[in-house]
Write a protein that binds this ligand. Structure first.
Ligand SMILES: NC(=O)C1=CN([C@@H]2O[C@H](COP(=O)(O)OP(=O)(O)OC[C@H]3O[C@@H](n4cnc5c(N)ncnc54)[C@H](OP(=O)(O)O)[C@@H]3O)[C@@H](O)[C@H]2O)C=CC1
Ligand SMILES: N[C@@H](CC(=O)OP(=O)(O)O)C(=O)O
Length: 269
């Protein structure tokens, strides 16, 4: 997939994906579509796919092949203090192609060093690269030197902010729901529909004024991603799935992380 002359690759952070791909290359017959009833190796292959976990909320853009040695891509994180933003920071800080260049959050956090503004919830420590980095307001001018911006913004504000970043010719990869139903915005499930990235030129052309570089790509809801990846693998191996019953229990209380924290503090589980 090429965009602006650069090869785009979706990178998955979980090594299992690569392990499955290696097994597939080493023994393609095990992964070919079986005649029914399925053979034992084919069933095992499907099980392998199911157990393949993907870092479901994280998809990244890399320009791997054209990078001269040592050059890295500047990226920004919007909603950097939030739960999703923290995961972006952990993953990006360890990524070979990216360097975290700018952080954005609300006015409440802007101006503070990251470590002072964030309520860090991860088991790993705050990466050194962001610890003292000052947080900006989520305005495009503070991210002008970023080639890509990853958004973990609260959905209450993500729509307007991400649109403003796109209008400022920035590439936005969003975890928020706001643009998922926009017919011109790719809604990507890793391993399943990366071909939908080809609609980006159309998205740019339809913006007013038309854009040269800016675009938005979204990912699906985390539970959707988690079950679409194995379902797509099963379809590929065995043919169309007629029906599927799925129950997700998201945000059962609706009270979010603060409620979980209160329960921990009060000793209740
Ligand atoms: N696709 C998926 O799989 C998933 C998607 N999500 C989505 O990701 C988003 C983030 O979720 P989560 O990390 O749990 O949320 P949090 O509440 O933990 O974080 C929200 C972030 O948005 C920032 N923010 C809030 N208001 C503003 C504002 N007015 N201007 C600029 N920044 C603001 C906060 O900054 P501050 O700290 O300064 O207030 C914080 O950094 C949500 O849209 C959620 O629905 C979540 C999980 C999975
Ligand atoms: N509700 C999801 C997180 C989320 O906010 O999803 P969405 O981006 O679709 O609102 C969860 O339970 O983790």
């Amino acid at each position: 997939m090429y965009l602006d002359g650069l090869p785009l690759h979706l990178m998955y952070t979980h090594a299992d994906v690569h392990a499955v791909e290696s097994r597939k290359r080493a023994n393609p017959s095990q992964f070919s579509r079986p005649s029914m009833p399925a053979t034992a190796p084919a069933k095992q292959a499907a099980r392998n796919f199911i157990t393949t976990r993907v870092a479901s909320f994280f998809f990244v853009l890399a320009t791997m092949h054209n990078l001269p040695d040592g050059r890295k891509i500047n990226v920004g994180v919007l909603g950097a203090t939030g739960t999703v933003g923290q995961r972006f920071i952990l993953l990006l800080s360890e990524h070979p192609y990216f360097v975290i260049h700018a952080l954005g959050a609300s006015q409440r956090s802007a101006g503070k060093p990251y470590s002072k503004a964030v309520t860090w919830k991860q088991t790993k420590a705050i990466p050194a690269v962001v610890r003292e980095m000052a947080i900006n307001e989520c305005k495009p001018e503070f991210f002008a030197e970023c080639a890509v911006v990853f958004s973990g913004l609260d959905a209450e504000v993500a729509g307007d902010i991400e649109a403003a970043f796109r209008a400022a010719e920035l590439a936005v990869f969003s975890n928020a729901k706001n643009f998922r139903r926009d017919p011109n915005v790719p809604l990507i499930v890793p391993l399943v529909n990366t071909s939908h990235l080809s609609m980006i030129p159309q998205q740019r052309a339809l913006c007013s004024p038309p854009l040269k570089k800016g675009f938005i790509v979204t990912n699906a809801n985390c539970s959707t991603t988690g079950f679409v990846v194995p379902l797509a693998a099963l379809e590929k191996a065995f043919g169309p799935i007629e029906s599927c019953i799925i129950t997700t229990m998201q945000a059962i209380s609706g009270a979010g992380y603060p409620a979980a924290r209160r329960r921990r503090w009060s000793g209740r589980r």
